[in-house]
Design a protein around this ligand. Structure first.
Ligand SMILES: C[S@@+](CC[C@H](N)C(=O)[O-])C[C@H]1O[C@@H](n2cnc3c(N)ncnc32)[C@H](O)[C@@H]1O
Length: 271
């Protein structure tokens, strides 16, 4: 069964504001793979579970026609509001019923989303819509992030982990796919030619406010807010204060680096 989270307008707005795009390392790995595998030009790219367009916008910088698809109208509205390019469009639809012809898609991508889908049905759709010799790139970032600032990186990362662990008590069971580095999702991809890379690291420039906003954007935090709103708000306020104290600064706009590990599944359909 698919899982419907991230759908509310409030959550979509927080998501758009605080979720980062695929970093340079991940982008390069996907682009190099396509260079290696594809001889024909890439005409149509579909980004499934595109949210507010974080990965879709990067794709539109490189390919002729890019369509972002998401089950949430609120996320798609945020994506449309964020960017308009003639080669980029969005549509609301479930990942398990993609409105594309058989064998019509050159590249199908999905960033940090497949664990929310009905994986069996989605993989059938992938196999149906991707062209012979077409490719897929499915990625997620993992939860073992670290924070870097001056000589207090270890302390900041420890605070980050403590807050993450409190919030992740409200995790959905599907987050297990992320904790297992997408192993099951990799096995479910019905292509012979495929690989899974688990050690892609991106250093994302952020601010203290951005890290706190990231926590606000994760689905377990939204569940925490529903169940214990006061405790959830207090946790974020205290986390921000602990970060600032550790750094010895007063502004929440102080920049720091957010290091993220990605897992990426790359596959090429047979002829
Ligand atoms: C964690 S967000 C990832 C968004 C974006 N790709 C990114 O990289 O930040 C997961 C997205 O998957 C969407 N989603 C969840 N289940 C879905 C389904 N069955 N079909 C299509 N989209 C779905 C959600 O609405 C949400 O926008």
């Amino acid at each position: 069964m698919a899982t419907q989270l991230f759908e509310g307008k409030g959550h979509a707005a927080v998501y758009q504001k605080y979720r980062f795009a695929p970093g340079e390392e991940l982008q390069q790995i996907i682009l190099s793979y396509l260079k290696e595998k594809r001889t024909n030009p890439i005409e149509l790219v579909v980004d499934v579970g595109c949210g507010s367009g974080q990965g879709t916008r990067f794709l539109a910088e490189h390919f002729k026609k890019v369509v972002g698809a998401d089950i949430s109208e609120a996320q798609i509205q945020e994506a449309r509001d964020a960017s308009s390019r003639p080669n980029l469009s969005y549509l609301v639809c479930p990942a398990e019923e993609l409105p594309f012809e058989d064998g019509s898609v050159d590249l199908l991508t999905s960033f940090t989303a497949v664990h929310w889908f009905d994986i069996e049905k989605f993989m059938k759709e992938v196999n149906r819509v991707v062209k012979p010799c077409g490719c897929v790139a499915i990625s997620t970032y993992t939860v073992d992030m670290s924070l870097h600032y001056g000589n207090c990186s270890e302390k900041l990362t420890q605070i980050f982990k403590e807050t993450r662990d409190l919030i992740f008590k409200y995790s959905h069971s599907r987050v297990k796919h992320v904790l297992e580095d997408y192993k099951e999702i990799f096995e479910a991809l019905p292509f012979q030619d495929k690989k899974r890379i688990t050690d892609i690291f991106d250093k994302i420039p952020m601010t203290v406010a951005g890290v706190v906003g990231y926590f606000e954007s994760v689905s377990p935090f939204q569940a925490y807010m529903k169940n214990e709103p006061e405790a959830a708000k207090t946790l974020l306020q205290e986390t921000e204060k602990r970060f600032l104290d550790a750094m010895g600064v007063s502004s929440r706009e102080t920049p720091l680096e957010f290091w993220v590990r990605h897992v990426c599944i790359l596959g090429c359909k047979g002829p």
